[in-house]
Write a protein that binds this ligand. Sequence first.
Ligand SMILES: O=C(O)c1ccccc1NCC(=O)[C@H](O)[C@H](O)COP(=O)(O)O
Length: 314
Amino acid sequence: MTGRGQAPRRDGAAGLPAGPVRPGAAGGPVRPAPGGLRPEAGRLAAIVASVQRRLAERQARRPEAALERAVEQVLRHQPRRSLTAVLAGGRHRPVPAVIAEIKRASPAAGRLAGAGRGGFDPVEQARAYQAGGAAALSVVTEPDHFHGDVADLERVRPLGLPVLQKDFVVSRYQLLESVLAGADAVLLIARIVPPRELARLVRAAEELGLEPFVEVNDRRDVEAAVAAGARLIGVNHRDLDTFAIDPDRFAALVPLLPDAVVRVAASGITTPQRARDLHALGADAVLVGEALMRSGDPAGWLRQLAGAPGGGGA
Ligand SMILES: O=C(O)c1ccccc1NCC(=O)[C@H](O)[C@H](O)COP(=O)(O)O
């Protein structure tokens, strides 16, 4: 996660190459799998390593106690909105709820924001999502591999939709930063921390009024997420090391999820029809990034999913 005072983004007006963002490109040498990462982790390890390096710098600049004091103030004056509440029961409605993502770039896709269309305004993008009927926003804030910016989250919060912060959380310190940025929910990736640490982070997030959105890739992750008490679980079709999409992953893992859990299908959802198919398999909600970022008419894409006339999605 990125806090205030992070290094400036690198996707300025001059633009970026259109190709994929190289893991480790801006974060220096790739180190062995850090923290609780499983030994097979490769490209994901490079992302987490740069996240940890930036985190250490921020922790050195601003001690956790100072953040705690600021968080107390924010929590007193800025109530959180519930992501879970707007997604729950989605599987029993005619169409899934949508978490619409702002993702400036990704290691898999390269630059997404403003590619070929001039500048990018996250607020304008979020307004289009809202106009199309999105239930919530997701904002990717990791800077080195996604060109994310925590300022994007701060800027879209006033629109009023619940906001999920997507980053690579390995420490409670980052959760404090999330509160300060105005997130309502935070992504916790089961793959990047050991199960006990995942449970600690789930608890810590809840104590701070943040809803943990636990992302899983396989059966082991599901077990860790459920044991951690996660109530909001996202099944990610994307392999975090190869970035390849496994289209059958949601179908394979959904039977393992307790009924009470709010289930989100995430990644690689390129068309409204694909979102409908995942809904038919039991998804309460879908999380869509790249397709909306690439669409010239994201509101139309979302309306087409909702079955409204005038939808412009594929
Ligand atoms: O998007 C990536 O390339 C990626 C690579 C490695 C780790 C995470 C990654 N994405 C984070 C996400 O969770 C996705 O942005 C999100 O599920 C939306 O996916 P999509 O609709 O395919 O953009």
